[in-house]
Design a protein around this ligand. Structure first.
Ligand code: CP
Length: 313
């Protein structure tokens, strides 16, 4: 199976079979990462530029590692290092990168729509590494990969997304992705943290966390995005932690098989208790590990690779 798209801008409109192709390809690449020498020549001759206008640890490093593991040439630039600091427009910046014959542009930007905007103006494959409050498709794909790794499938799984859904690109991409693969989704947020129209994603909305997590298979905790809070959405961090934090007591009320996920970075002691983040149900570091294989799969498939060939590496 091939992916018949040039860019990965979001999971909106990405079909179940495309998601399965990406996850199956990532499965093959995960095996490569477990080898003594975790490197294959698959993308030799290709060049990727990681253009990050917002801070990142996980996404940026895992894209860089994915590129290196596939033998692509890789360059990373951040806002401070780029000529955007001198007033160059975003389009001029990427047109200059395009002029240097790059194949992939992996872009993180604080403005929703930045990746779509660039994809319509350059001839390079664009991968959205997070655009404002809009989407973060590779995060949701690695979340799906981690869930499938633990449960084998998504059918009928009860996934509860908890927290700051309003500002969360991770929540939006997961709503599209989990919806496409048939999971049963609940969003649990204070009413001020729900975006208008979120009920149209096909998810249940529940404001009582203790009720929402009853019988859950997966609790996906969202980070409170302190940097995007233009106004007060909740009275205090203490009150938020009491009502919407995954405490030890709440974690103990979950089914034994229930997974606790968080995209990172975490506000420990606010949306998640430290001992829950590090506890037996937590798959937070598995998510990070899986991010490399999933990003390898996305780069490979967008370069025209096929799932069957990935399995032969
Ligand atoms: N999950 C995530 O996007 O983390 P980073 O901001 O560290 O990339």
């Amino acid at each position: 199976m091939k992916l018949s798209r040039k860019h990965l801008l979001g999971l909106e409109g990405v079909s179940r079979s495309e998601i399965e192709t990406i996850l199956n390809t990532a499965e093959s690449f995960k095996e490569i990462l477990e080898r003594k020498i975790p490197k294959v020549p698959t993308l030799r001759g290709k060049t990727a530029v990681n253009l990050f206008f917002e801070p990142s640890t996980r996404t940026r490093v895992s894209f860089e590692l994915a590129e290196k593991r596939l033998s692509a040439d890789s360059v990373s630039i951040s806002t401070k290092m780029s000529s955007s600091e001198k007033g160059e427009t975003l389009v001029d910046t990427v047109r200059n990168l395009e002029a240097m014959k790059v194949d992939f542009l992996i872009v993180r930007h604080s403005s929703a729509g930045a990746a779509h905007f660039l994809a319509s103006r350059i001839d390079v494959a664009v991968i959205n590494a997070g655009d404002g409050c809009h989407e973060h498709p590779t995060q949701a794909l690695l979340d799906l990969f981690t869930i499938r790794q633990k449960f084998g499938s998504f059918e009928g799984l009860k996934v509860v997304i908890v927290g700051d859904a309003l500002h969360s690109r991770v929540a939006r991409s997961n709503l599209w992705g989990l919806g496409a693969v048939g999971a049963d989704i609940t969003i649990c947020s204070p009413p001020t943290f729900l975006a208008p129209g979120m009920e149209n994603f096909g998810a249940r909305i529940e404001s009582d966390l203790d009720k929402a997590i009853q019988g859950a298979d997966v609790v996906m905790v969202l980070r409170i995005q302190m940097e995007r809070q233009g106004q007060h959405f909740f009275p205090s961090l203490r009150e938020y932690a009491m009502q919407y934090g995954i405490s030890r007591k709440r974690a103990d009320s979950l089914k034994d098989s229930c997974l606790i996920m968080h995209p990172g970075p975490m506000n420990r002691g606010v949306e998640i208790a430290p001992d829950v983040a590090d506890g037996v149900r937590s798959v937070i570091l598995d998510q990070v590990t899986n991010g490399v294989a999933v990003r390898m799969a996305v780069l490979y498939l967008l370069s025209g690779g096929e799932l069957d060939d990935a399995m032969a590496h």
